[in-house]
Design a protein around this ligand. Sequence first.
Ligand code: ATP
Ligand code: MG
Length: 460
Amino acid sequence: MLKKLFQSFRPPLRGQHRRTTPEVINQSQHSLQRSQFSRHAVSIVERLQSAGYQAYLVGGCVRDLLLGIAPKDFDVATSATPEQVRAEFRNARIIGRRFKLVHIHFGREIIEVATFRAHHSEEDQGDTHRSSHNSSGRILRDNVYGTLEDDAQRRDFTINALYYDPVSERILDYANGVHDIRNRLLRLIGDPTHRYQEDPVRMLRAVRFAAKLDFGIEKHTVQPIRDLAKLLREIPPARLFEEVLKLFLSGHGAIAFEMLVDLQLFEPLFPASAQALDERPSYTHTLISQALSNTDLRVKQGKPVTPAFLFAALLWPALPARSLFLQSQGVPPIPAMNEAAHDLIAEQCQRIAIPKRFTLPIREIWDMQERLPRRSGKRADMLLDNPRFRAGYDFLLLRESAGEETDDLGQWWTDYQDAHDSERRDMIRELGSRDDGASTTRKRKRSGSKRKSGGEGSFD
Ligand code: ATP
Ligand code: MG
């Protein structure tokens, strides 16, 4: 699978993917129909065009519809400035910190309208003295308006630089994007190293689109990534949180994880987990991929997913080593575990800003792992009533599926949930004086007994 993803399907067209005049693809030469686009987005384009501006549907919606995928949202690009756009529509609001954009609201649907922007010129790119670039070439300010041609060149991948005009029903292709769509190939526009230096997040976008679309990454586009992966450390943690959610919660997380590891992008995002992956490769890899595969399945089934469960799984393999270290310093096991959990999350937030509303449930899922073995007296029933029980139980099953020794605790809880009152009383009695605090760190091979897994999204 990975080999296929990184394969180049044709000799590279170096230089040929930048053009100043577009290839114009007429209605008879492509499969798009105006009716496939959001009628609100189409009406915005029509309105801007009749007011004398250039306006097109652009980006993900054109790409996805050419591939037969339902677009997530519809973006419009125009020659009108944000102020000019706002003047045309009553329901328009200017937003944006990094870039000024206009959001036009139609009930729950929001259409994003962006003014054509210029890319910094070739000569500017190496100039580290420009105030808009930092010392590694990253663009810090990118709000320069430009022509349609400029706008096409500053986009990331050729397949994202297609402009559809719903009035003439033609596609304008400045970067051989239609060719790359046909060949299912992800290719950066321009010099890949420069483009990654300008915005290292493009490396994550390459992985995201390759995973989502099942595309290969063209060899010049993939080649610099391993060397430049460390540039992700400079990206604001809040932006990385958003990107990581898109990578892991869009239904293709398991394959995205494989690619991140292979391209050495996982380490700058999750340093402690990457270390666990080095030290206990099989266990860590199984636990994380299993969590992501479960999440992918839930997304495909239209079930809710929560970042908390996923982050709990991504970080869990890094916990034992920290907790054991604290214990070796004389801290008792439970406080050691709590301190390790606190430190690990604080450290992770330096890279990826996980909001408080998720860090709290992560801690609760982990706490639950300490409590699930303690079932005597009324404890089992109290745990069942705990709002975090389901997530804690699902997490226990996940740990077991990665080979953790839990003395068959997952099966016990599965049976307990299915049992009647009198059977439950018997189960508690049978526990008797048995060790009620089963070890959570030893490993074993799983017996493969059937489990009742509800998936992870069941607590919010
Ligand atoms: P989807 O919405 O399905 O995730 P998309 O391609 O629409 O995919 P967005 O993040 O919505 O992705 O961005 C819209 C368009 O803006 C992209 O198609 C691309 O042309 C451009 N773009 C977004 N991020 C970047 C970036 N970091 N560098 C260059 N161009 C970008
Ligand atoms: Mg989009």
